[in-house]
Design a protein around this ligand. Structure first.
Ligand code: NAD
Length: 424
């Protein structure tokens, strides 16, 4: 038992390698037998489809789409669908496995999946996106289902696409099946609290970690990279709980004020400025690398993957990193972060508030009932706090960083369930 630092892995990193290297370390610490390791190391199913779509000019373009089901051991698989030019099967495989671990960490009865279509939604009209979404759903009709595989939004997709997916699926069933996707508009059975759920979970995990480190939120400073759905709500909710957010950033640059940035004002500014923080008043413009290297108590990367890497990890000065984004820290940077004594609340725990409230959406759809925002928040806060405590205790029990502890909790749960269910 015990924690072994990973052997240095090859000098290029991709999401699948990052996921696998952590999975391997946690499996070894857990003493997972080879049989279960082999079951979990590859996806249960992967489907690639060609989607011919009529474009507005009358031409037909063929898009490549994927759906990877990593595991259905804990229940129907759950995971978003990404519309992005960078979509490739390797990335979708990694993201699908991440979903398995994420659902297991927060103890919700789902397996993991992910989907993607290689396309550039920003260059497509609404009609083209609708036809693509319907074609993708139709081609996955044997895969999707409220008890089989439940898609959700991801990069490049949102409530609009989920509504089309729900409708396309429902037409094939001859009845409305709103529980087949989550992240729907409220009128179609979306859940109250879903929009802010991931940022809220980041806030809950940040406060829980600060409690362990004896950091008083009223005396603490924070920096948040990425001011989209996750970053802006995490910043707002932490500010409401006393933290001074001294820096925020988006694709336009980073903004700093040592007295603290007024987050509500920044959100309003962004809303009135085409979604961008460019020109934000009351803050000095700095570059994005400076934000990551800032001397703050809490750093929240909430933009994208691989932003803390071997190249900049030496500059990080925060005491605590709470990963709002998926995969913001590369596997090779983990070792140096651990040596520096920085505590990381890992992505599969910190940003699991989103999938938790997606689960609540599915539960409400199946009950044919709507919960209040207060009930959604209370229940998701409880799940996030319990998951944090379990991972924290595991990190002490196995003397491992919280990231490896989160994988241990997840893999242990999936492995035990697999053993009970049995194979062929
Ligand atoms: P989003 O598109 O709403 O926001 C992303 C933000 O990051 C934008 O403000 C964008 O300008 C900024 N950004 C992009 N590149 C940047 C850069 N180089 N430097 C600084 N800022 C940059 O996306 P989101 O939904 O907030 O997701 C952010 C991350 O959180 C992603 O990794 C996503 O996979 C993960 N995540 C999201 C959810 C969710 O419910 N939305 C759930 C779990 C994980």
């Amino acid at each position: 038992m015990g924690y072994k630092e990973p052997a240095p892995i090859v000098d290029h990193e991709n999401p699948f390698e990052s996921m696998m290297s952590r999975f391997k370390i946690a499996s070894e610490a857990l003493g997972l037998d080879d049989e279960v390791y082999n079951v979990l190391k590859s996806p249960a199913k992967q489907v690639t489809v060609s989607l011919p779509v009529t474009m507005d000019d009358g031409s037909i373009r063929v898009f490549e789409g994927h759906r990877v089901i990593h595991s259905t051991i804990l229940g129907p698989s759950k995971g978003g669908v990404r519309f992005d030019p960078g979509v490739n099967i390797n990335e979708v495989k990694a993201l699908a496995a991440w979903m398995t671990w994420k659902c297991a960490v927060v103890d919700i009865p789902y397996g993991g999946a992910k989907g993607g279509v290689c396309c550039n939604p920003r260059e497509m009209s609404s009609g083209e996106r609708e036809r693509l979404t319907r074609a993708y759903t139709q081609s996955m009709i044997e895969i999707f289902g409220p008890d089989r595989d439940i898609p959700a939004p991801d990069m490049g997709t949102g409530p609009r696409e989920m509504a089309w997916m729900m409708d396309a699926y429902s037409r094939t069933q001859g009845m409305t099946v709103n529980s087949v996707v989550t992240g729907k508009p409220l009128v179609l059975g979306g859940s109250l609290g879903r929009t802010e759920a991931t940022g809220r979970g980041v806030m809950v995990s940040a406060l829980a970690a600060m409690g362990k480190l004896k950091i008083n939120p009223y005396k603490a400073t924070g920096a948040v990279q990425g001011f989209g759905n996750v970053g802006s709500y995490a910043a707002l909710l932490l500010e409401e709980r006393g933290m001074k957010i001294v820096a925020i950033s988006d694709i336009s640059g980073a903004y700093y004020n040592k007295e603290g940035i007024d987050i509500q004002k920044a959100i309003t500014y962004r809303e009135n400025n085409n979604g961008s923080l460019e020109g934000l008043e009351g803050a000095e413009k700095i570059n994005g690398d400076e934000l990551l290297a800032m001397e703050v108590d809490v750093l929240i990367p909430a933009a994208m993957e691989d932003v803390i890497t071997i190249k900049n990890v030496a500059d990080i000065k925060a005491r605590l990193i709470v990963e709002g984004a998926n995969g913001p820290t590369s596997a090779k940077a983990d070792k140096i972060i651990n040596e520096k004594g920085i505590i990381v609340v890992p992505d599969i725990l910190a940003n699991a508030g989103g999938v938790t409230v997606s689960y609540f959406e599915w539960v409400q759809n199946r009950l044919g009932y709507k919960w209040t925002a207060e009930r959604v928040n209370r229940r998701s806060d409880r799940i996030m706090k319990d998951a944090f405590e379990t991972v924290y205790k595991t990190s002490i029990e196995y003397s491992v960083p919280m990231r490896i502890a989160a994988y241990i909790v997840a893999i242990d749960k999936v492995a035990k369930t697999y053993k009970y269910r049995g194979g062929y």
